[in-house]
Design a protein around this ligand. Structure first.
Ligand SMILES: Cc1ncc(C[n+]2csc(CCOP(=O)(O)OP(=O)(O)O)c2C)c(N)n1
Ligand SMILES: [Mg+2]
Length: 569
């Protein structure tokens, strides 16, 4: 049966199980938007900026494990997606980005709103297509969805010229596809598995470091069994948070630039590092020469390009984390490492992570601990980028994969609000908190309107310190407190929220924190709390740039409290 290209696009999405997409229309997409009402199975959420569509699709994908779909028109709409696509690429998030394109006869003529979006996004997509033929759409969609979510996931772009959407072609959705050049490693090599099992049996101070690959591979259960059987302590990367329950006795939290002292000390002292689904980002390794200097390293990763990229490893295992852990589980003997674990516990006592100063100051760390208390850890927490992001990673206890959603590789301010929107749409029965900075929120604040129009009940906690805090912290510590371009004014977020018809509160004192959080959670809809926090609080511990993980700076004794502090805004 013949269908238009626009109908075929919708049919393909339905065949792939898409029930929601985030988009923003424009001239070349009119054939698509005109057709969309014929397909009520697909909920279209109109964002207020295309960057929001990409981040929302990203948040949706991370929260659900399914592919997120975003759409933008040609030219400026497409370029507005770029940051969101890059963000998904660096954090291996399965996403389909659909862009409108000028009609085929205009391509290459600098036509109105023509931009070579597949060229622009070439280095930040896993794959891309320019659909030059209506009949080719079904196979393009079949391949694109397959590529986005298999192997190491990532964004795939499909550029859709207007006349391809208008023309008709026969439609049937392909059952099979053939991608001879696209090979996905599955199980690890048997020899390397054997080598790994031998190293594991010989090690006396082993540590597991778990990354986002464990979350993607849905291998948390296997990781838990592996850690428990072999009695190996587990630390995580930022994006590995939630892959192993943080309240488990073998959990030693996050390592790296703002990781715990004890996790970083474990990295220095270990004799066997088992790196699982992580990529040795410089924020985790610090200066390489001090990273696990005494250790043999086993690296389990699906992507062969990650092996040996930043750190030389002794045993590379290329394969799906879940399958590899299942195989290793059959090969390892139950063990204990009591002395080593006692050592870690001593370090934990000496360098505690979650202590929060007493006193009247409204500390961001305190607010996060209270959000944890109020939710009992049963919520999805999405952040912007900056100090608030690191405090969230440190002070909320994450016990489930997918519960912590944050921009890791690209570190994109503005990610929080739209990504939390996507997470809530994907998991409507979950409480979703967006813990954002005053700077980050101002980058995508227009999505408050989307929350209202589409009835998306995200709870927003702004940790408002009046600064681009993380950059100010670097100026404080490494540029003699010359605060250039980091003091930041903002609107009264309460009045802004109310202007969008979102109820909101300002909070100045510790006593107000819990009642405000409870009021936000009791409200049936989006809610914003503007927490006017201690302006010059820093995130500790911190591994200074260029230092090794052994050289972390700890929280100094607090000088003078700046309490009582400024009032709204
Ligand atoms: C789009 C973008 N621009 C600039 C930066 C650099 N940067 C990193 S953290 C930060 C400050 C963030 O301020 P805010 O959102 O208020 O969070 P805070 O650190 O104060 O908690 C900046 C400017 C970035 N990460 N992303
Ligand atoms: Mg700030």
């Amino acid at each position: 049966m013949k269908k238009t290209g626009a109908q075929i696009v919708c049919e393909c999405m339905i065949n792939e199980g898409v029930d929601v997409m985030f988009g923003f229309p424009g001239g070349v997409l009119l054939p698509f938007y005109d057709t969309l009402p014929e397909y009520p199975q697909i909920r279209h959420i109109l964002v207020r900026h295309e960057q929001g569509a990409a981040h929302a699709a990203d948040g949706y994908a991370r929260a659900t494990g399914r592919v997120g779909v975003c759409m933008a028109t040609s030219g400026p709409g497409a370029t507005n997606l770029v940051t969101g696509i890059a963000n998904a690429y660096l954090d291996s998030v399965p996403m389909i980005a659909l862009t409108g394109q000028v009609a085929r006869p205009f391509i290459g003529k600098d036509a109105f709103q023509e931009i070579d979006i597949s060229g622009i996004t070439l280095p930040i997509t896993k794959h891309s297509y320019v659909a030059m033929d209506t009949a080719s759409l079904p196979m393009i969609f079949k391949e694109a969805f397959y590529i986005a979510q298999t192997g190491r996931p990532g964004p795939v772009l499909i550029d859709l010229p207007k006349d391809v959407l208008q023309e008709q072609a026969d439609f049937s959705y392909p059952e099979k596809l053939s991608l001879p050049g696209y090979k996905i490693p599955t199980r690890g090599h048997p020899t390397q598995l054997k080598n790994a099992a031998k190293l594991i049996s010989e090690a006396s101070k082993p540590v597991i470091i778990a990354g986002r690959g464990v979350v993607i591979s849905q291998a948390s259960e296997e990781l838990k069994q592996f850690a428990e059987t072999s009695q190996i302590p587990v630390i995580t990367t930022l994006l590995g948070i939630g892959s192993f329950p943080e309240s488990h006795v073998l959990s030693y939290g996050m390592a790296g630039m703002h990781g715990s002292g004890y996790a970083n000390k474990a990295l220095v002292d270990t004799d066997l590092l088992i790196a699982i689904g992580m990529r040795f980002d410089d924020r985790i390794t610090g200066e390489i020469k001090g990273f696990a200097p005494n250790a043999k390293i086993i690296h389990i990763d699906l992507d062969p390009a990650e092996i040996g990229k930043n750190v030389a490893v002794n045993v590379p295992i290329v394969g799906d984390v879940k399958a590899v852990l299942q195989a290793l589980l059959k090969m390892i003997e139950p063990k204990d490492h009591i002395d080593w674990i006692n050592q870690l516990d001593e370090w934990r006592k000496a360098h505690p992570m979650t202590d929060i100063r007493d006193g009247a100051e409204l500390l961001p760390q305190y607010i996060i601990s209270q959000i944890y208390e109020a939710t009992q850890g049963d919520s999805i927490v999405v952040t912007g980028v900056g100090q608030h992001q690191m405090w969230t990673a440190q002070h909320y206890i994450f016990n489930h994969p997918g519960a912590f959603i944050s921009s890791g590789g690209l570190g994109t301010m503005g990610f929080g609000l739209p990504a939390s929107m996507g997470a809530k749409v994907g998991c409507p029965d979950k409480t979703v908190w967006c813990i954002d900075g005053d700077g980050s929120l101002q980058m995508t604040i227009q999505e408050l309107a989307t929350l209202v129009q589409d009835d998306i009940a995200v709870k927003i906690a702004v940790l408002n310190n009046g600064y681009l805090g993380m950059v100010r912290q670097w100026q404080d510590l490494f540029y003699d407190k010359r605060y250039v371009a980091t003091p930041l004014s903002c609107p009264d977020f309460v009045r802004v929220a109310e202007a969008y018809c979102i109820p909101a509160l300002a909070v100045n004192t510790r006593e107000e924190v819990m009642p405000a959080i409870r009021q936000a959670m009791a409200h049936d809809g989006p809610f914003l709390i503007n927490f006017l926090v201690e302006p010059e609080e820093n995130v500790y511990p911190m591994v200074p740039p260029g230092a090794t993980v052994a050289e972390f700076i700890e929280q100094p004794k607090k000088e003078v409290s700046s309490w009582p502090r400024r009032s709204t805004p």
